[in-house]
Write a protein of this length. Sequence first.
Length: 388
Amino acid sequence: MTPPTPALPRPTDPPAAMPRAAPLRLLRHLAGLALLVPGLLPGAESPPRAAPSRPGATAESAPAGRPPVRRIGRVEHVALPDVARALGLQFTAADQGRGASLKGPGVAAAFEADSREATLNGLRLFLGDPVALAGGVLCLSRADFERSVAPVLRPGFGLDPRPAPKVIVLDAGHGGQDPGRVNTPLKINEKTLTLDVARRVRRLLEADGFKVVLTRESDTFIALPQRAAASNLARADAFVSIHFNALPQDARTAGVEVYTFPPRGQRSTNSWSPGAKEDAEHHASPVHRVDGWSALLAHSLHVRLVGDLKAPDRGRKLMHLAVLRPLQAPGVLVECGFLTSEAEARRIATPEYRQQLAAALAAGIRDYARAVAAARRPARASPAPSSR
């Protein structure tokens, strides 16, 4: 697994050009409007928030169709009963209020107080913030709701529409002098396996009419920023980075993981481990513009990898990955299995299993494309794929 990399220097936007002189009449008009519409001009006061219903939590009104936002500590949250109403789902409390589920046609989610692990359509999801219990009500962080959960339970909810995906960029991890993970007894290495799988996925997707671009076509080293740049140059509609995992001195751990870039202000999943450094990034990165669609792409691939391959589910997780940060399209990184697992590595070493793996990835991309197309229709979007 590629370790987290330091954040790239943040690009800054050029200052907007200002008119040399504004008509006095226009300024007076705007000043008058500012008195009637707070927040119209920079520095104007925003409408006051509603009085808090309990210590430590504040609530504010939300746009129509969105659940109200409440602040618990430093993090904005939404109550799960409000989430259910906003998404048209059924809310059910459990475990004396410490657990809850959301259910609807073809979709389901389950949450537990003080936990970052949830289930979404039967699959493991690691949230960016623990679920909070405040005043007897379970609350999800606003970032998790808007950028990780809602995009799967109701694709397109609150998101800018995306065009129907046509251009897919496949990134075969490592290459050249960087072999990635190596299994010496089986004489296999990650860089060779990822390129083989990427080529197989390309053949399957091209047969369906997609345009597919590979970030590398041979055993060459491509720097991580160049991989993202190639995706942006191709005007990709989706970016999938293909990798294999490893755990030294562990021959039993197996399974698949799917990673997206953490939403702004949220930590990588691994940074919650004891002794790990907090790594939240509070500046905006290009890929943040498509957080919700990346979550849907990740879920679509997650469903197929776990369901079609019957692979152990190690979850959908967050990591500040340099290959994802500069993307202008939805992007994910998939860990397709462990080269250190005796049983799983033997399967991965066979062309037959790699073809099954490629078929699962291609099917996940097709599922994502269908969900994006459905979300563009005036009627309510179809539910995201559920686990088998």
